[in-house]
Design a protein around this ligand. Structure first.
Ligand SMILES: Cc1cc2nc3c(=O)[nH]c(=O)nc-3n(C[C@H](O)[C@H](O)[C@H](O)COP(=O)(O)OP(=O)(O)OC[C@H]3O[C@@H](n4cnc5c(N)ncnc54)[C@H](O)[C@@H]3O)c2cc1C
Ligand SMILES: *[C@@H]1O[C@H](CO)[C@@H](O)[C@H](O)[C@H]1NC(C)=O
Length: 429
């Protein structure tokens, strides 16, 4: 059998994971990434729920553990720095995670580990600084139909399968949906921004979050710590603040720094130090900012023919806590569904790809979108802005910490009961 020829667009978390699974069934894979080198940046991410057995299946648990961030837990403090609630990290090994999971890792380290799985595989090529300009595909009934891809450098090539793993702002999705299609990104009216500051002696090794009253928008500031010399600052805001919209639109680092700095400088707690650093410290040049958004494609909308979306491009929920987990799981399910059909007699190459993509969505969609749509509840519960609302949150959090509700009431219990399929075609070699 001729190998399946696959183009994967996007070398984040989902793309390299899919390259790994498809390489195991002998596919000929090209993985392209827009940036000129591996984009191993970003802050702390984690693996939880089905992401844990997934990582074990991929044989990277030891590597992930070795690179993991030893966060002691998560705490809420008030504007004077007094601890209001503390949720210890989960170290039970049961797979049940608290806010701090057992597998906290810097995004860059995870991306490097995932690339490492296919770097030396002869059937996987990694190309950097490459993008796709356009594609067309043959009729779905054509058993040997291809996707005809034109790259930005003018080259053209044909593939059996093209996968868009190019993130929430996916250009592949835009091209797949075609001109005039509505943008499936649903904005929740909040932003998250992160940057690094030089460490100070009192910085906690717990994830620490502080709600700031005193403005007509909700503001949260937090810190997390993965190394001694730096502290990572998180800012989450919700509400109308036009300067931030404008800065995000422009994408200019200086404008983003100014907008966040102006919004947070009078917030109390460590805000003055953080915003000073944001303005003047070179460490803060890593500022990364994104709106909270959900990609809500209609049923059956994750693929069109031989072009399929995976990861944030298909089902993003910004900072929902499952971005990396669902990237790993989604890649496994997509590869597994295609592999299953490929192994079946009488199924054409086209059918395996097209039907496999549909099966992947059908099986995985309930999991991937389990957390979608909870925007309003989330915002009211976790982003109060009045002193009274913040006080209430602290009281509830303190009670929740006492009863360990973080372990019991999380989405994990709900989604964990949804079973993942096993794909014997992908295992063993
Ligand atoms: C730089 C960066 C920092 C991040 N930081 C955090 C963080 O701190 N915390 C957190 O929870 N989540 C973060 N995320 C998001 C998180 O990685 C994803 O939610 C999750 O891992 C899903 O992964 P993904 O592979 O679907 O998408 P992503 O991880 O977003 O990867 C998409 C990849 O596709 C590439 N790409 C985009 N467009 C094109 C194109 N047209 N052609 C080719 N390649 C393209 C991007 O450069 C990127 O490498 C970050 C994402 C990025 C890109
Ligand atoms: C894999 O595809 C590349 C082009 O994308 C081609 O040059 C190479 O010969 C192919 N390898 C096999 C084993 O088919």
């Amino acid at each position: 059998m001729d190998p399946l020829k696959v183009l994967i667009i996007g070398g984040g978390v989902a793309g390299p994971t899919l390259a790994y699974w498809l390489s195991r069934i002998g596919a000929n894979i090209t993985l392209i990434e827009r940036s000129p080198n591996m984009r191993a940046t970003g802050q702390q991410v984690d693996l939880r729920a089905h992401g844990v057995p997934m990582m074990q299946k991929m044989g990277i648990e030891a590597a992930v553990r070795a690179a993991s961030v030893p966060e002691a837990g998560t705490q809420l403090v008030d504007v004077r720095g007094r601890v209001k609630a503390f949720f210890p990290a989960e170290r039970s090994g049961t797979g049940m995670q608290s806010f701090t999971s057992e597998y906290e890792i810097m995004r860059g380290d995870l991306v490097r580990i995932l690339y490492g799985l296919t770097e030396t595989r002869r059937n996987v090529r990694h190309l950097f600084g490459a993008t796709v300009d356009a594609f067309t595909q043959d009729d779905e009934r054509d058993p040997d139909g291809k996707v005809h891809v034109r790259f930005a450098d003018g080259r053209s090539e044909d593939y059996d399968l093209v996968v868009g793993a190019d993130g929430a702002a996916s250009k592949t999705r835009k091209m797949m949906l075609g001109p005039g299609a509505p943008d499936p990104r649903f904005r929740r009216g909040s932003y998250i921004g992160y940057f690094s500051v030089p460490a100070a002696p009192g910085d906690s090794d717990r994830g620490t979050f502080c709600h700031l009253p005193g403005r007509d928008v909700s503001r949260v500031v937090g810190t997390r710590k993965d190394r001694a010399d730096l502290t990572r600052v998180y800012m989450i805001m919700r509400g109308k603040y036009p300067p931030l919209d404008a800065a995000y639109q422009s994408g200019a680092l200086a404008e983003l720094k100014k907008a966040w700095g102006d919004l947070y400088q009078d917030g109390g707690w460590e805000c003055r130090r953080f915003t000073e650093a944001l303005r003047h410290a070179p460490e803060a040049d890593d500022l990364y900012c994104t709106p909270f958004e959900e990609v809500r494609l209609p049923q059956g909308g994750w693929s069109r023919g031989r072009v399929v979306l995976l990861g944030d491009s298909a089902y993003c929920q910004t900072a929902g806590g499952f971005g990396c987990t669902w990237s790993l799981v989604g890649a496994y399910v997509l590869a597994g569904e295609i592999a299953t059909l490929r192994a079946r007699a009488g199924v054409s190459r086209s059918e395996a790809v097209i039907q496999g993509a549909k099966n992947y969505e059908e099986r995985f969609r309930p999991l991937a979108t389990a957390g979608h749509g909870g925007a309003q509840i989330f915002d009211y519960l976790f982003l109060p802005r009045s002193p009274l609302g913040i006080g209430l949150l602290h009281a509830c959090a303190s009670a929740a910490a006492y009863f360990r509700l973080d372990r019991k009431a999380s989405m994990e219990t709900r989604v964990a009961s949804l079973k993942l399929p096993d794909y014997p075609e992908l295992e063993g070699e």
